[in-house]
Write a new protein. Structure first.
Length: 43
């Protein structure tokens, strides 16, 4: 049976941080850099 690995970096905290980076950057673009939502999504 195939097992799916949810921890690609073999470190739960590092994997969670890498997974959260796009969300954090999107929110920073919206708030700090005052970008419009469409532009922030593609930057």
């Amino acid at each position: 049976m195939w097992m799916q690995h949810y921890d690609p970096f073999h470190n739960a905290y590092l994997s969670a941080f890498v997974a959260a980076l796009p969300i954090i950057l999107f929110l920073l673009c919206l708030t700090l850099f005052k970008m419009k939502g469409v532009k922030a999504a593609f930057e």
